[in-house]
Every structure is written in C-alpha cells, then in structure tokens.
Design a protein around this ligand. Structure first.
Ligand code: ATP
Ligand code: MG
Length: 400
C-alpha cells in the first residue's frame, strides 16, 4: 500500500495522543483523498481519548472547546486547526436528521460503522496502519460509492446522506452501487426534512464536480425532489453547454442549470443577483447580436457598440459568464469584450470624463438625463470621452 503522507503538524497531534496512552488516527475524507492521490482539504483526527482528556493532553496548545459535547476538540497545531473527535456511536435517529444521542467508545470499528460510505469509513495512522472494516479500499479501487451497512437504514437515519452520495459520485467520478442507488431513488422524498442550507451545500459541491452532468442526467428527478426545484436548464442537452465545459464557477453553472428560486435555496444575495444578470445578459446577447454581426469582419463597430451597452447595463462578471454560456467567449464577442476592458473604454457613468457638477444643469433630474445622453453618445463613438468635447456636446443638447 502506498503510504499516506500525513503532514508534520498532524503527526504531532497523533503522537501526543498515543504517547499519553490513547489511540489516534486520521480518518474519513483525508484518508480517502490520500489513497486516491488527491490533496486532502483538511485532516480530521479520531481518538479513543475522551474530549476532556484530549483537552488535557493539549495543554499548552491553543484549544477550542466548542464541540466538546459531541466529542470534538479543535487544536491549533502548526497554525492550523485540527479537529480531534472521540470515537463515537450515534444513537437512534427519530427525525431523519440528527442522532437522538451520541455515546463514546474505545472501538475504532464502531466509530467507522457510523460513517456514511465505505470510502469515507477508513482510518490510518503510521504506527497502526490502515483500518478498513467495510472494504473502502476495494471500493476506492473500483470507484464505487456504497453505504456502510443497509442503505435504506442509513438514509433513514440521515437523509442528507442521499445528497452526499450524489455529491461524492459527481466529485470523485464514482458510480453508485446498486442497493445504494435503489435506496436513493426510494427515499429522495425524505431529503426535504433536512435543512435547506445543508442540502444546498451538497448541491453546490455536486454541480462543481467533474461528473455533474452525468449525475444530473441520471438522478434529475431525485435532485428535483430533494431540492423542491425544477431545473429549467438542461445540462448537456445540446442547447446549453455541459457543466463540465463551463469554468469551475458556481454562478455560471447555476445559470446553466437554472434550478429556480435561488433565494429559497439560501444562496447569498451576490450570487442571486449575478445569476439573474447572467441570464438577462444571455437573453440580450441572443436578441441583439445577429449572426451577421457575429461574422462581420474588420473592426466590427456594431458589435463593439453592443458590447459596450451590455457593459453599461451589467457587471463584467455577468457579461463574461453570458459569453461563456453562449459559447461566444472564444469568438469575436469575447475578444471585443476583453479589448474593451483592456483599453478601459468608457461604458459607464463613473468612467466618464465629466461628472454632474461639471454640467451646470438647473436640477438633478436634468443632470442625470444629460449624463445618460452623453454616455450613450460616447458608447456609440459620437463624442470622445474628453471633458471639453463632452461639455460642448452638453451645451448642444441644452439648445435642442
Ligand atoms: P470533503 O473533502 O468534502 O471535506 P469529507 O469526506 O471530509 O469530504 P466531511 O463532510 O468533511 O466530508 O465529513 C468528514 C467525514 O465524516 C466523512 O468522511 C464521513 O466519514 C463522516 N460524515 C460526514 N457527514 C456524515 C453523515 N451525514 N453521515 C455519516 N457520516 C458522515
Ligand atoms: Mg472534510
């Protein structure tokens, strides 16, 4: 077996616990990722020590005791927070979301048995080697997501695991084992009892995964039921690009998929606005940029003016996303878009060489109107964005 390369600051944590007479392993995602040759996002430690003992062992370290009730102590080691959790057995689940109680154990296998999937249910330490009671290594090699134990029972305990199965399948590119798959389909309608933020957290990771298109194609109805949403966008149906062909960027992929009301899914305001604007920008581009314009040679002034108007009305990020979604990013519209930005061509009021104060209008309303007229003229290339020229143009507007 290839060795798992545990970073120095984590090894220190394992060693301290072992020196004090406890067992300690790295566990879960970091073992899975290491065995796959991927860089783990973080290193979780599990131990036979109870959290009070752990806190005691790490006297002299910075210790964050917030999760003590659930057996978790966070220790700052090498400047990095390491979560150390006591081997745990989850009690019964009567709500399908949380265990009614948790108890602690000295048996690593019992801790691993509460974990969701075989590939997530392995522990490793340099001195004790790999602990893999559920065939996680084999499933890793075969690229399979399989529940630990009976899938229907495990999803019945915690319905979020249904979303997690789809997420891991999409991110790792693994297929889902038959019984696990059947239980996912049978129990999809139980997912909504989980907090929507948590469902959405998994969904976001899913659509950024390398196999997102496959999962959405194969589990579309499961996902729609789980999210209480309908995807209007249809990834990979030939109209919109496949998610995999889009950048690893949440707003762009969300726009392609269009799962409906993003506020209900608890997306932040910035994302909600950006997705709305990307969609509007897509519509504008499809309506306003004709095929002739797309293929016109030379400087293609008409197209450049259209692009400037888009940048007047939408953020750069929205226009960029729309161009990518429409497959125009590498074409002339994308080139012109980048050229406009590079040359810092004036497309917005705040880029203009005059402000309201320079104009000397009788009231605020007239000032606003005049500035907007001037901006249009600049965008069309009728007036250069220079103070004197703009003031002259403003005086002509006044005598109109
Ligand atoms: P990531 O790389 O996304 O962090 P991960 O496997 O570390 O993946 P986490 O959500 O950080 O996933 O959870 C850490 C570990 O805790 C998992 O590997 C799994 O063993 C266990 N786990 C997490 N959530 C659940 C759950 N809902 N049910 C059972 N076990 C879980
Ligand atoms: Mg993790």
């Amino acid at each position: 077996m290839e060795d798992i390369n545990i970073p120095e600051n984590v090894t220190r944590v394992l060693d301290r616990l072992e020196e004090e007479g406890s067992q300690a392993f790295v566990v879960g995602g970091c073992v899975r990722d290491s065995l796959m040759g991927r860089e783990p996002s973080d290193w979780d430690v599990c131990t036979s020590a109870r959290s009070e003992e752990t806190a005691e062992v790490f006297r002299g370290y910075r210790v964050i005791e917030t999760g003590m009730k659930h057996g978790t102590v966070t220790v700052l080691s090498g400047g990095e927070p390491i979560e150390i959790t006591t081997y745990r057995i989850d009690g019964t689940y009567s709500d399908g979301r949380h265990p009614d109680s948790v108890s602690f154990t000295d048996d690593i296998t019992l801790d691993l048995s509460r974990r969701d999937f075989t590939v997530n249910a392995m522990a490793y330490s340099g001195r004790r080697g790999l602990v893999d009671p559920f065939g996680g290594r084999r499933d890793l090699a075969d690229q399979i997501i399989r529940c630990v134990g009976d899938p229907a029972l495990r999803f019945g305990e915690d319905a979020l695991r249904i979303m997690r199965a789809l997420r891991f399948s999409a991110v790792l590119g693994f297929r889902i084992e038959g019984d696990t798959q059947r239980a996912i389909r049978e129990l999809a309608n139980t997912v909504p009892k989980v907090a929507i933020e948590r469902i959405n957290g998994e969904f976001c990771k899913l659509i950024l995964g390398r196999d997102a298109d496959r999962i959405i194609r194969e589990y579309r109805s499961v996902l729609e039921t789980a999210l209480g949403a309908e995807f209007s966008g249809t990834a990979g149906d030939g109209i919109l690009p496949r998610l995999i062909d889009l950048p690893e960027d949440l707003p762009t992929r969300l726009t392609a998929l269009d799962p409906g009301d993003l506020k209900r899914l608890r997306f932040d305001n910035h994302t909600v606005r950006l997705v709305r604007d990307m969609r509007s920008a897509c519509r504008r581009i499809s309506q306003e940029i004709s095929p002739e314009m797309l293929h016109a040679g030379g400087r293609n002034n008409a197209l450049r003016i259209r692009m400037r108007f888009l940048l007047r009305d939408f953020d750069q990020a929205a226009v960029r996303g729309a161009l990518i979604l429409l497959g125009l990013d590498k074409e002339q519209p994308g080139e012109i878009f980048r050229d406009i930005l590079k040359k810092n061509e004036c497309c917005s009021l705040k880029q203009m060489a005059v402000t309201g104060r320079d104009l000397d209008c009788p009231d605020g309303k007239t000032t606003g109107q005049t500035l907007r007229r001037l901006l249009e003229m600049v965008i069309r290339g009728e007036v250069p964005n220079e103070k004197e020229a703009l003031l002259h143009a403003a005086s002509l507007l006044r005598t109109e």
